[in-house]
Design a protein around this ligand. Structure first.
Ligand code: G6P
Length: 479
């Protein structure tokens, strides 16, 4: 690999697996794009708007070869992935090796050497694309588990830039991480960064422990010291930066008359249930959807919730549909939903409204407003922004949040009713409690939740991360 000559370039370069837009190509070969609704896009939009920056990422379809293009002042730099690379790097190593491994092996991770080869190759390509965009002394911010080797490859190409990495998903305990045949290379990849950010304190602590176990570097609290020929080379900081949402914007959206009206309509269309429960997730086995629906089914069975007067709306947006574990999950969830509706439904009323679809933000805000109880029962989740969106939407200070202890959000959201989703009886009690919560208690809890969510938004998150990163002294490097 040879380093490009960066006489020009961008002062801020974001590197993420996905571009902030989904690109498609028409039959006549013309590319078009739609903004992708992901959290990261919203998270970084204000930062990108402040400084002329570039965003390096994949357009979301195999074989797309596109020149860089500009959207809202940001230079988007597409990275091409072949069909085979999508299968081996994205569906394989990222989502069938790392994803289950990092989420407490809820599903068994698959280890394939060919997938690892593709992961290295694609990470190198992202690093080269970033190196080509960065100005001298630029800040490069790399995102998430798909790109853990990029910090190291990039540092080798461009020792003059500051490199930050943020890990959006959990970082597992040493004993689980140790299963990864390429654990040493992954640690080395991350240590290419100056700052490695995590969602929770526990994630950062797990990482530091892994560094101590698989390298001979010294660590002191959050700081890891890298040495070369017995001399201190540089320091890497591993610290928590819990991500958030654009809370103000969400709060405002949920206050609009259109959304308020739509929320009423939703309740009406559902037959004005006494209790409306809501689940909103990507259809992913980490989200505890089966556990939640099982608990709900038992509550109907036991008569603790009335099948006639209760509805659970479960939005499960399609995700990673080529990966076997996701196909299996879909079958399991749909079987379970069918059983409950078959056993407890009536003509004109199904106790579970299951929607295997994605909806625009306006519709989501209306659903949040309509729901009496929001169920976030993930078995493991880096943060969970749905929980924060629910809170931001509830300026009426009503509604209750049932939240799994195994989400990053649980570390922050002390007004929620916390549950262990593996404990079905405990979850049944928590759901019943939330469904019948006194208005006063609900208000007190929601106020506490809103203080946190509105007081720490995504803008604060990115500002804090970049402030720590840009405090790292710039290094002289050959470019
Ligand atoms: C999680 C990951 C993101 C990922 C998103 C959607 O939130 O942390 O990196 O983009 O899921 O998954 P997908 O595979 O569709 O990008």
């Amino acid at each position: 690999m040879s380093a490009p000559a960066p006489n020009r370039g961008y002062d801020l370069v974001v590197v993420a697996n996905r571009l902030p837009v989904d690109v498609s190509v028409d039959d006549d070969g013309t590319p078009s794009w739609t903004r992708s609704p992901g959290g990261l896009v919203t998270a970084l939009a204000p930062v990108m708007a402040r400084s002329a920056g570039a965003w390096v990422g994949w357009g979301g379809a195999p074989g797309l070869e596109l020149e860089p293009f500009e959207v809202d002042g940001t230079q988007l730099v597409p990275v091409t992935l072949s069909q085979d690379e999508v299968a081996a790097y994205y569906e394989g190593f990222s989502n069938d090796t790392l994803w289950p491994l990092y989420h407490d092996v809820i599903a068994p991770p698959t280890f394939h050497r060919q997938w690892w080869d593709a992961y290295q190759r694609v990470n190198r390509r992202f690093a080269q694309a970033a190196a080509a965009q960065a100005a001298r002394g630029a800040t490069v911010w790399v995102h998430d588990y798909q790109l853990q080797l990029v910090p190291r490859y990039l540092r080798d190409l461009r020792p003059d830039v500051r490199i930050g990495y943020f890990h959006h998903i959990p970082f597992p305990p040493l004993e689980i991480f140790a299963q990864l045949p390429w654990r040493r290379q992954v640690v080395d990849g991350l240590l290419g960064a100056d700052l490695v950010g995590f969602q929770r304190n526990g994630d950062a602590a797990n990482f530091v422990r892994v560094v101590r176990r698989f390298t001979d570097l010294t660590t002191r609290g959050q700081v890891i010291t890298l040495t070369r020929h017995g001399k201190v080379e540089r320091h890497v900081r591993a610290a928590p930066f819990p991500i958030s949402i654009d809370s103000q914007a969400f709060d405002q959206l949920a206050r609009t008359p259109e959304v308020q009206k739509r929320a009423e309509e939703i309740r009406h269309e559902l037959g004005s249930p006494e209790v409306l429960l809501l689940g909103v997730d990507r259809l992913d086995y980490t989200k505890g959807i089966r556990h939640r629906i099982k608990a709900y089914g038992e509550l109907l069975e036991d008569g603790r919730l009335s099948p006639q007067h209760t509805t659970l709306v479960q939005v499960a947006s399609p995700s990673r549909e080529n990966v076997g574990a996701y196909q299996q999950l879909r079958d399991d969830v749909e079987l379970l939903v069918g059983r409950i509706n078959g056993d407890h439904g009536q003509v004109g009323h199904a106790p579970v409204q299951y929607l295997h679809q994605s909806f625009p933000m306006e519709e989501m805000a209306a659903l949040y407003l309509a729901a009496d109880v929001m169920l976030v029962t993930a078995l493991r989740d880096g943060m969970n922004l749905v929980a924060k969106e629910y809170v931001a939407a509830r300026s009426d200070e009503r509604g209750a949040l049932v939240l799994s202890e195994f989400t990053g959000a649980a570390d922050e959201l002390s007004g929620a009713v916390l549950v262990n989703p593996h404990d079905i009886d405990g979850m049944k009690n928590a759901i019943t409690y939330a469904a019948h919560m006194e208005a006063r208690e609900a208000r007190t809890r929601m106020r506490r939740l809103r203080r946190r969510v509105l007081g720490h938004d995504v803008n604060a998150w990115s500002t804090e991360f970049l402030a720590v990163l840009t405090a790292v002294p710039l290094r002289e490097g050959h470019v």
